[in-house]
Design a protein around this ligand. Structure first.
Ligand SMILES: *Cc1c(COP(=O)(O)O)cnc(C)c1O
Length: 406
């Protein structure tokens, strides 16, 4: 496939009101087929895309057409999936706090199963299912107490995290569910965190699941039809052009090698970030360059309202000046030579009235001027979905490759 560089689209971006999201749907297509190449060759492996990473309607449709199911964490996400072509039977629903209306919506639609995170939640699902004269398929999210080498705010599989049911309580909750006529126990669910790049973490999860499966077998519990290992595979924020597609081969091979499935068991994955992260960029315009005492600020028209990750977890995204130079293959952009200095240090900040509204500090860009278009890269996951209207801002628009070229 011909690689289309972002700066080749600068002319097309020029007429659009900034800031906006741009999704490279060719890269998304390549990413989806790289995943399919790994999962299709293995029996009983299924991918449910984690919708919270990016719920843009055009992106959802493309993912659905590529044959993925969906992992939702709210009623709103279930609606978005139904509206964008996902059959209810391909939707699973997790989350520590499900409201009654969300449970009713999921039962009414007939989703594949709930990933249940506590006994009080199980009781409410059973009660609502009884009232609606339905049977709810439930899988239990077990907290595996497996750490992940990632940011503390995005680990989810430790005993201290709010997610899931302690592994010591697993047998008890399954027995409770098996005694409920309006509930059918269908499997186990895990999710240890996000932006994980060390395969050892996923291997540790496999070993833990193997232990738990042995315990279940010893207790005579055999109806574990689905093992859902969640998501978490990270992307290369440092070098989005060098690693546009995550290392799916190592990721899936880790599971193939270490996880012992029982005959007939289905294995579900719930990747989010690894699917959409690299295909999205936030396009913004430089409003002013401000020389302060000790620093130079490039003030842009996008802020934490469009991309919250830097303010929320100190995340660093590569930034490229599309009006002033070539790409960032090695992480440092080269100037075009139109009389600009090759590299100037900027703090790149947004317009929002918060000091945390900073995309990068002491970041090297070719000399940047008012009116330049900048791309904040690797923003396709946890970008548009986290946008807010703080400061009475408008929510950002989004465009796909097809829309930009036609
Ligand atoms: C967020 C989440 C995912 C996806 O995580 P990524 O790191 O984006 O792959 C999968 N499963 C559950 C339950 C989640 O909450």
């Amino acid at each position: 496939m011909v690689k289309r560089l972002l700066q080749d689209l600068e002319g097309r971006f020029e007429s659009l009101k900034t800031p906006f999201y741009y999704y490279d749907t060719d890269l998304l297509a390549e990413t989806l087929s790289a995943i399919k190449n790994e999962t299709d060759k293995r029996d009983g492996w299924h991918l449910h895309y984690a919708v919270k990473a990016c719920a843009n309607a055009k992106v959802l449709r493309q993912i659905q057409r590529a044959g993925f199911g969906a992992d939702c964490v709210s009623g709103g996400e279930i609606r978005a999936c139904l509206e964008n072509g996902f059959p209810a039977s391909e939707i699973v629903y997790a989350g520590v706090g499900k409201s009654d209306w969300e449970i009713e919506l999921a039962l009414e639609a007939g989703i594949q199963y709930f990933n249940v995170e506590s006994i009080p939640e199980l009781e409410v699902i059973a009660e609502i299912a009884t009232r609606m004269n339905r049977v709810a398929n439930v899988s239990f999210r077990i907290n595996p107490n497996v750490g992940a080498h990632t940011h503390v705010n995005i680990t989810t599989g430790l005993a201290e995290n709010k997610f899931g049911i302690a592994k010591e309580d697993m047998l008890h909750v399954i027995r409770v569910a098996q005694a409920m006529p309006s509930v059918r126990f269908v499997g186990l669910h895990f999710h240890i965190g996000s932006q994980i790049l060390q395969m050892d973490d996923f291997e540790a999860l496999c070993h833990r699941i193997n232990e738990l499966q042995d315990q279940l077998e010893a207790s005579g519990i055999t109806e574990v039809h689905n093992i859902n290992v969640g998501g978490g595979l990270g992307i290369d924020y440092q070098n989005p052009d060098g690693t546009p597609i995550p290392d799916f081969k190592s990721y899936f091979e880790t599971y193939a090698k270490h996880l012992k499935l029982r005959p007939g068991q289905r294995l579900h994955f719930e990747l989010g970030r690894a699917v959409t992260g690299q295909c999205g960029s936030l396009i913004t315009r430089c409003l002013y360059v401000k020389q302060a005492k000790a620093k130079q600020f490039a003030i842009v028209d996008a802020g934490m309202t469009e991309l919250l990750r830097p303010a929320l977890y100190g995340a660093l995204h590569q930034i490229q000046n599309l009006s002033a130079g070539q790409g960032t293959l090695d992480g440092v952009q080269q100037a075009d030579g139109d009389g600009r200095q090759a590299a100037v240090k900027y703090d790149i900040v947004g317009p929002i009235c918060e000091s945390s509204d900073t995309f990068a500090k002491d970041f090297l860009l070719p000399e940047t001027r008012r009116g330049d278009l900048l791309a904040i890269r690797s923003a396709g996951a946890y970008g548009e979905t986290m946008a807010s209207q703080y400061n009475c801002r408008e929510l950002p628009k989004a465009y796909t490759t097809e829309e930009i070229l036609h």
